[in-house]
Write a protein that binds this ligand. Sequence first.
Ligand code: URA
Length: 236
Amino acid sequence: MSDFDILDEEVRSCTLCTLSAKRTNAVPGDGDRKANVMFIGEGPGYNEDQQGIPFVGRAGQLLNEMLASIDLQRQDIYITNMLKCRPPNNRDPLPAEITACGPYLERQITMISPKVIVTLGRYSTANFFPNEPISKLRGKPMPWNDITVLPMYHPAAALRNGKLKDALQRDFQQIPELLDSENADRSSPLQNTLPTTTEERQLDMFAPPPTDKEPTPNSDEEPSTTESGPKQMSFL
Ligand code: URA
């Protein structure tokens, strides 16, 4: 069994947070474990929970279209989520859930060692850059350790808002160039604000949340209770 298989098994049998009690399937991740580009979404929705595979609903279809526009297919990338189990009613992730799941994502990033990480939506973006809203960060490739992180709007948000969809389409066009270039933009003015170690990122847990708001990513697939449900800061 490879280290990756072991990790997937740990995720599938995980009981570190209460989401495990209600899941049909945990959703570790999918795709090329040696991919140059890794995508990170928020958390499984209804369809993902049913199938145990990330991004298989409507947001996933849009993602596939965007990938095709740059001559990539799902098997060329690795894709996973911040949370590996579906939050009830597709509500936003809770801080305790993100904390519990965080080490799985860290291990995935270490094992895949991608050149580029695309963060989809405000939660996965806040995992790397907790102090800036997604509207400011999207489309800006930024250095994080030895990886280039490219934040984007979540495809589910783009399904509801044509302007966000246009932005997502434009941001996707940067991926081939980033994969080609050895040196992504290392002169970003945001560079000095970025937490680079786990400890720094943990300290940033208490940073204020980004001020803008995207539509709830998973709520296209099932009715969401987000507006009345619990709220929490974006962090890690
Ligand atoms: N939205 C996400 O963030 N992840 C999925 O896997 C599906 C929808």
